[in-house]
Design a protein around this ligand. Structure first.
Ligand SMILES: [Zn+2]
Length: 100
């Protein structure tokens, strides 16, 4: 009778995660890193990372890269670059204002 059981029996953790779970988790790792996920989704991904070595390694890599990029960006943002960025932002704003 029980061909389709909605409640999966929790057995071996390694067999609990399919490849689809991994790709799904890895696809959301960026949002997880940016704290852009709902609490429930965060817990879901955190749980998966706790159980799944390959995903955890991938997550660690993404986190390391992100940290390095963030650090190098905030530490040595040259004034020239900053002004150029500010200028281009202003130009875009002007274009938007004109178009309106
Ligand atoms: Zn995984």
């Amino acid at each position: 009778m029980t061909t389709h059981d909605p409640e999966m029996p929790t057995g071996d953790p390694s067999s609990n995660f399919s490849a689809k779970d991994c790709s799904e988790v890895l696809g959301r790792v960026f949002f997880f890193l940016d704290n852009e996920l709902e609490q429930a989704d965060c817990a879901e991904i955190q749980h998966h990372l706790d159980e799944c070595g390959p995903c955890l390694a991938r997550y660690d890599l993404e986190r390391t890269v992100k940290t390095l990029v963030a650090r190098s960006c905030s530490e040595k943002a040259p004034d020239g670059l900053r002004q150029r960025v500010m200028l281009s932002i202003r130009q875009v704003q002007v274009e938007i204002t004109r178009r309106d």
